[in-house]
Design a protein around this ligand. Structure first.
Ligand code: ZN
Ligand code: MN
Length: 134
């Protein structure tokens, strides 16, 4: 293994560790700032490249929300999220993925369905409290 490849592997591991250390579904920018504390010479481009590789390897999830920045998730298993419509916070939902939905969709479409992604939209506890107080 060359020095370059070894350095890449270390960067990738740090990026993965940073992502796994939080449940906040951070943006690439946030991951970059955190990983930079451990690897001061890290570049944003390297973070993007490694996030893409980790996603391709099935180690992380990329959550894209249309026009806003992608969020990343250190938990690669399919699970549901709720997005706060006020502050954009992305929360994990502690409920099982409805496998029946895949079967229903498959029946409706007549083609194989492998998985589904489902997003809920509501208020996070913080924003709900603010609404009540105002
Ligand atoms: Zn909120
Ligand atoms: Mn999640």
């Amino acid at each position: 293994m060359t020095k370059k490849q070894r350095r890449m592997t270390k960067q990738k591991r740090v990026i993965l560790d940073v992502l796994r250390s939080t449940t906040s579904h951070p943006t690439a920018d946030w991951i970059y700032n955190e990983a930079k504390k451990i690897l001061p010479n890290l570049s944003l481009g390297t973070v993007y490249r490694n996030l893409k590789n980790l996603k391709d390897e099935g180690k992380i999830l990329e959550l894209s929300y249309g026009s806003t920045y992608s969020r990343f998730d250190g938990n690669p298993e399919n699970h549901y999220h709720c997005v706060c419509v006020e502050c954009g916070k992305v929360m994990d939902l502690d409920m099982p993925v409805e496998k029946e939905l895949d079967k229903k969709a498959q029946k409706a479409l007549g083609c194989p369905i492998f998985y589904h992604r489902l997003e809920f939209y509501g208020l996070c506890p913080h924003c709900e409290k603010n609404k009540v107080n105002n």
